[in-house]
Design a protein around this ligand. Structure first.
Ligand code: F6P
Length: 342
């Protein structure tokens, strides 16, 4: 078989571990492995590159993706999907598409039209439906936790409020679980909106309880209106579903309102792409390898239109339709657990 691998959407630590798993297993079984460059765009202008065993050497701990990736909108201009469908038919016997919901929506569309496509779940936002694991999330929350550890000492020394903005798009997984791991004193996420009065009264209460400093984690996708601000209207849009949420400046907004209240000295840290860069954690390496290996097995078994998901510690092969529409949100009980420690 001629097995193509592509990574699409934002990069995430652990992608290379999944690429390596698919590639090495396929080569060992005598298949040809083709790397598709830069996500779906690499199938619009088809530039095949056969990968050899040496291409997978030393990449398990490497962040990013050796294939390159892109936020490429196949519907603008129209016709991109058909070009991809034709390229797969002409050049590949199987395609392993590693990506988040935008990528898997395309995979699903292609598979419905007979293309031999299998997905692999990736997004550091952790918001793919139906799976407990997405490549990159563990590394992202580890970075958030380490950052909070570091901010703790400087916040304590200066008796300041530190506002930390995390990634996560329209869900609060990175903020909530990164905040839980790093001992955040308040976490503000899109799922459970807080008003600015909630934030301020919490900080005042904490100070009254003897805490001279606080660390407040704010997810980039939090609704500004509920915090008493205004959405800035249209923001630059990129690729598949790419309003650049970081440009809304939620972290700086919350910090400015706390400072305006008086009585608190405030500093803001936007963690940004530090959450996406660098070496994957051991957990991400292991699970990316496991879902990559499962995707390879699904491909050689001809289980097109499926994606290996992690549910209750086990890998299950699910139809792509399970993940293609909607997002997985932080459940109430998890946020309530975080809040027990605010
Ligand atoms: O979806 C992953 C993610 O890192 C989001 O958390 C973030 O909003 C977005 O991608 C940033 O994308 P880009 O790197 O294209 O600015």
């Amino acid at each position: 078989m001629r097995i193509g691998i592509l990574t699409a959407g934002g990069d995430a630590p652990g992608l290379n571990a999944a690429i390596r798993a698919v590639g090495r297993m396929a080569l060992a079984d005598g298949h040809t492995v083709v790397g598709v460059a830069n996500g779906w765009s690499g199938l619009v202008t088809y530039r095949p590159r056969e990968l050899r065993d040496s291409d997978f050497a030393g990449i398990i701990g490497l962040g990013g993706t050796i294939l390159g990736t892109a936020r490429y909108d196949l519907d603008r201009p129209a016709g991109g999907r058909d070009q991809v469908l034709a390229a797969i038919g002409e050049h590949l016997d199987a395609l392993v598409a590693i990506g988040g919901d935008g990528t898997q929506r395309i995979s699903h569309w292609l598979a419905e039209r007979g293309a031999p496509v299998v997905g692999v779940p990736k997004t550091l936002d952790n918001d793919l439906l139906g799976t407990d694991y997405c490549i990159g999330f563990d590394t992202a929350i580890s970075l958030v936790a380490e950052s909070l550890d570091r901010l703790y000492t400087t916040a304590a020394s200066h008796h300041r409020v530190m506002v930390v903005e995390t990634m996560g798009r329209s869900t609060g997984w990175v903020a909530a679980l990164g905040g839980l791991a790093g001992g955040a004193d308040l976490v503000v996420i899109p799922e459970f909106p807080l008003t600015m009065e909630d934030v301020l009264s919490h900080l005042v209460r904490r100070r009254a309880r003897g805490h001279a400093f606080s660390i407040v984690v704010v997810a980039e996708g939090v609704n500004l209106t509920s915090l008493g601000g205004q959405e800035a209207g249209e923001l630059p849009v990129e690729g598949v579903r790419g309003t650049r949420l970081a440009l809304r400046g939620v972290g700086h907004f919350v910090a400015s309102r706390i400072e305006a209240h008086g009585g608190f000295e405030v500093r803001t840290t936007v963690l940004g792409h530090l959450q996406r860069g660098g070496s994957p954690t051991a957990y991400d390496r292991i699970w990316a390898t496991r879902v990559g290996a499962a995707a390879y097995e699904a491909a050689v078994a001809g289980r097109w239109g499926t994606i290996p998901l992690v549910r209750q510690g086990r890998i299950e092969l699910a139809p792509l339709s399970d993940v293609a529409e909607g997002q997985r949100h932080v459940p109430r009980e998890l946020y309530d657990l975080c809040a027990r420690f605010f």
